[in-house]
Design a protein around this ligand. Sequence first.
Ligand code: FO1
Length: 314
Amino acid sequence: MSARVICLSGGVGGAKLALGLYRVLNPWDLAVLTNTGDDFEHLGLHISPDLDTVMYTLAGENNTQQGWGRADETWTFMEQLQRLGGASWFRLGDGDLAIHMRRTELLRQGKKLSEVTTELCRALAIQASVLPMSDDPVQTVVVTADGRELMFQHYLVREMAEPVAREFKFIGAERAQPNAGLLALLNNPELRAIIICPSNPFVSIDPILAVPGMLDALKACNAPILAVSPLVAGRAIKGPLAKMLAEQQLPLNALSVANHYQGLLSGFILDELDAELAGSLQIPVRITNTVMQSLDDRENLARTVLEFADELGR
Ligand code: FO1
C-alpha cells in the first residue's frame, strides 16, 4: 500500500508534526521525506541525525526533553571515551550507538541508505515510510562571516550555532538523485497532501529541495503543498532559525518563511499569535495553534493541516 500523505522534515520540530500525522492517519499512509544534509561521519560511524530523530519519535522512543536521542538513555560510552581523550562534543548514548553501528555496518555491506532506513524502521516497528531525501551523500555546510566552511554538526553542536552564518552550501547535491521511492509516491493519483513540517527552511528543507529534480517533481504532482510556520511570534521553538534570519537581514516573522517557499505552496499555516500576518500573504492561510507541547497538540495540528489540504485539494 502506498502512502497518501508526504511530509518533509528535518529533526526535532518536523518530527513532532510527523508523529501527529502518524497518529491521526493510518500509519502506512504517511511517508516522511527526511533531510540527510546533516549526516556526517563521526568516530568511524555514519550518523544521520534527522533520520534518527524521526525514527525514534515515530517509534515513541525519543527523548522528549532533549528533542534528539533516545529516552532513558545511559552514557557510559561517552564517559569512558572522554576519559580516554576522545571527542566528546557530539554525544552518543549507549543505546543510540547501536543504530549508528548497524547503519554503518549495512552501508558498508553495500546497501543504500534508503534500504538501511527501511530495515531499521522495520526493526523499530515503524509502519510509516521514512525516506532519506537521497541515497547519495549531500552535506550541508555553513559558510561563516569569518570565511570558514563548517559541516553542519560542527556549526550547530560543536560551535553551538554561535558563528554568524553568511551562506549555506549543499555539497554533493548537484550529483544527487531524489529518493526513488518518493518519485513513485508522487505519481500516486490518490496522493492527498504534501506537508512541509515546521522545520528550518534554510538547513532542513532547502537541502531536500536542492536535490536536482525534487522541486519539479513536487510541483508537478496534483496534491496541495502546505507549509507550517516554524516561527511563532518571531521566535523559533527550537534551533537557530531566528538568528539565521537576522544574519540575512530578513524580517523575524513567519512571512519570511512563506516568502522563502514562494511558488511552491498552495497554503500556509500560521500560529494564532501571528494572525495579523495573514493579510500579507498571497496564498490561502489557516490560523491555528502550531506550538506542539503535548501529544494532543501534535494530533490537533495534524488534523487541521489535513483538513486544510482537503479543502484546497477540492
Ligand atoms: N544535538 C546536540 O545538540 N548535541 C549532541 O551532542 C547531539 C548528539 C546527537 C547524536 C545523535 C543524533 O542522531 C542527534 C544528535 N544531536 C545532538 C541532534 C542533532 O545535532 C540535531 O538535532 C539535528 O542535526 C538538527 O536537525
